[in-house]
Design a protein around this ligand. Structure first.
Ligand SMILES: *Cc1c(COP(=O)(O)O)cnc(C)c1O
Ligand code: SF4
Length: 345
């Protein structure tokens, strides 16, 4: 498996054939890719950028201006910066941290279509993301082999149409919302035409890292569809939930989108009770139910983010005594052969 960069390609950036370039795509195109630029922007010492530049290989720095603007300038330990800045430790090989920890290469039904669990199947719409999260379990996924155009989707769509046990399709990636609305709307129309499908779920970090992505065009196709819209966002820290993000989330809940959050438990980012409590409380106030808190998948290059299961359990137990039941996420781990996520707490 190659370490394929997931920076949006020219193909992704021109797809859809729409003349006007929406604001969110302009911001995506201007995303920061250079550690020196990021460090200047955050008033961090050049040595930090030197280390970062040396650590980068197939999975470069990539972060939107929206996300950078929520970081604290001058703080090398900022919890948002830590999620996106390449560090020296990524190069340390750690036993047990491997390229495809979830063995996803074995659950592929068709090119770009994965099914691990009963009743729902996952479409890998694109490999591109609007940020590169250093702990990401998809950093080694062979995106180059996934479908690119609507006709490339035919085999996956036919497979979905032929299996009446599938009731929900999850658009995933990469980040599916890096793809233009014209192309996603076409895909959604074809999915809505499959009678046994009931729900369309999107897994996206864009409402957090590029809130302008929740635009009118997107809301129109996602919410005027026959399929019940569900969105699972990905916020790890309360600082990510800025005023602009709040506006984006509000426009989704106003349209009846069921909103859930999944987070990853990350050392130095959100591995304390207080950080988790702030995150969960703020999510609830924005109409988002904390859904999953994932233990880190043991992907090569991410060992420095690892938090023990015991610590995760202790945080959840404390949250449960302090918050309403609906504000406490399930602590889960993903295991290659399991019929669902494994609930730890
Ligand atoms: C996590 C995941 C899902 C969704 O699982 P839920 O428990 O329904 O949120 C579906 N397919 C795959 C391959 C997954 O990894
Ligand atoms: S965690 Fe999500 S947004 Fe971040 S790099 Fe991975 S797929 Fe992309």
């Amino acid at each position: 498996m190659s370490r394929k960069s997931a920076v949006p390609t020219q193909h992704d950036l021109t797809g859809g054939g729409l003349g006007n370039d929406p604001a969110w795509r302009q911001e995506l195109r201007c995303a920061i890719r250079d550690p020196y630029e990021l460090c200047r922007r955050l008033r961090l010492p050049e040595a930090v950028a030197d280390e970062s530049a040396a650590a980068v290989d197939g999975f470069p720095l990539f972060v939107t201006e929206s996300y950078v603007s929520a970081m604290r300038p001058g703080d090398v330990d900022d919890p948002l910066l830590r999620q996106v800045l390449p560090r020296r430790q990524e190069k340390d090989p750690t036993p047990g941290f491997i390229q495809d920890p979830l063995a996803e290469s074995t659950v592929q039904l068709r090119s770009g279509l994965l099914q691990k669990y009963h009743g729902r199947a996952l479409l890998i719409v694109t490999g591109a993301c609007a940020v590169h999260c250093r702990y990401c379990f998809r950093r080694h996924y062979p995106y180059a082999e996934s479908p690119k155009t609507i006709t490339d989707w035919e085999p996956a769509l036919q497979r979905l149409a032929s299996d009446a046990s599938i009731h929900e399709v999850i658009l995933s990636g990469g980040d599916p919302l890096t793809v233009v609305d014209g192309r996603l709307a076409q895909l959604a129309t074809q999915l809505a035409a499959i009678p046994h499908l009931e729900r369309l779920r999107i897994h996206s970090r864009l409402p957090i890292v590029l809130p302008s992505r929740v635009c009118k065009e997107f809301l129109t196709w996602f919410c005027s569809n026959r399929l019940k819209p569900v969105m699972v966002i990905h916020a790890n820290h309360s600082h990510e939930l800025t005023g602009e993000v709040a506006v984006a989330l509000e426009s989704l809940s106003q349209r009846g989108v069921m909103l859930l959050n999944q987070a990853v438990l990350l050392a130095g980012v959100n591995d304390t009770f207080d950080t988790q409590r702030e995150l969960c409380e703020r999510l609830v106030m924005l109409g988002v139910t904390p859904y999953y808190l994932h233990l880190l998948d043991p992907v090569a290059g991410s060992a420095h983010f690892d938090v023990s299961e015991a610590k995760g359990k202790a945080i959840i137990d404390e949250l449960r005594t302090m918050l309403p039941g609906y504000a406490v996420p399930r602590l889960v781990r993903e295991e290659p052969q399991s019929p669902s996520k494994t609930v730890i707490r």
